[in-house]
Design a protein. Structure first.
Length: 333
């Protein structure tokens, strides 16, 4: 009886050991498979990363999909796929991937920063600013996040001193970060400090000689200083690089007006209107037509300008332009 009992117990124990051994073996295999999957996932990821670096974003996304399938818990994979979606203009999918990355690692500063950039593109500026703040709180020396926040301060909040403070912080960490130099130049321009602005645009262009933004920014600064020939030179250089740049076309058009070259101004502004019609381009072209004595076309352009969203100052300038053109038109009759 005792032997039978012992035998039964021993058999049960042997079975338990076998189950445990099988489970341990299976767990070992699973760990090995998981490790192999992760290694394979990283190989595929780097393939996608290289494609993304070469701006082959559609192919990169295919590779990132494969990597995520092998290792769905890797926050980096989601973040990089989000970047690829961002560059393709697929902002909803980009945000979804950044959200996944942040859900895996809630201190992923780069994911917060890049999600903020997408929100900025979508003109959701409060969420953008919040993400940049979080990115900087996680990584205080994050040059890109400081620069992005600087852009938010001056472009959307009109807080130029705060913007300059962020650009200064970024440039203290990386003095050669061209985007921060450009941003600080723009903020100086808005504050009327044109020489400081030009110095920053000059520095940015030493680093990135073909940067259309810095060329256009410097052109605006020259124009505001009354140095119209220099402004036209910069706008023309920008347009040599990017012929359909609306800011450069509008800037050069305004500079031509101030140089009394109205036909050239109308040519530039007409192209800008075809590309991106707005209150400023129509109002500027209206003024050029007015100066040429074409009051009928001036009135038409001014009235069209009012169909677009205008701030209070623009509204009154346009209304005054219409009244002057109508008066001149009446005097001719």
């Amino acid at each position: 009886m005792n032997r039978k009992t012992i035998t039964v117990k021993t058999a049960a124990f042997a079975f338990l050991l076998a189950v445990c051994a099988s489970a341990a073996y299976a767990e070992g295999l699973a760990d090995r498979d998981a490790s192999e999957n992760k290694d394979a996932a990283w190989k595929i990821f780097w393939s996608g990363y290289n494609l993304s670096e070469n701006e082959e974003f559609e192919l990169a996304i295919i590779e990132f999909n494969k990597a995520i399938q092998l290792d769905p818990s890797n926050a980096v994979f989601y973040k990089e796929r989000g970047d690829a979606y961002y560059y393709r203009g697929e902002y909803i999918l980009a945000i979804a991937d950044y959200n996944f990355a942040i859900s895996i690692h809630d201190d992923f500063a780069e994911a917060f920063n890049n999600r903020g950039a997408v929100y900025a593109k979508k003109e959701d500026y409060d969420r953008a600013m919040n993400d940049f703040n979080i990115a900087i709180s996680i990584k205080p020396d994050y040059v890109e996040a400081l620069t992005y926040r600087g852009f938010m301060y001056y472009k959307r909040k009109k807080e130029y001193d705060m913007a300059i403070s962020d650009f200064n912080a970024a440039l203290k960490i990386n003095p050669d970060f061209a985007d921060a130099l450009y941003g600080r130049g723009e903020a100086y321009c808005f504050k009327g400090k044109y020489d400081l602005a030009i110095a920053d645009f000059n520095a940015a262009l030493v680093i990135q000689p073909d940067d259309v933004y810095s060329l256009t920014g410097r052109g605006n600064a020259y124009a505001l200083k009354g140095e119209y020939d220099e402004a036209i030179t910069d706008f023309s250089a920008a347009l040599d690089i990017e012929p359909d740049n609306v800011d450069a076309l509008n800037g050069r058009g305004q500079a031509y007006i101030l140089e009394s070259e109205y036909d050239k101004a109308i040519t530039d502004l007409s192209k800008a209107i075809l590309l991106e019609p707005n209150v400023i381009t129509f109002a500027n072209r209206a003024y050029a037509y007015y100066e040429k004595g074409n009051f009928t076309q001036a009135i038409t352009d001014y009235e069209t300008a009012l169909e677009f969203e205008a701030d209070e100052e623009q509204f009154y300038v346009i209304k005054e332009g219409i009244e002057k053109a109508k008066q001149q038109q009446a005097q001719r009759r």
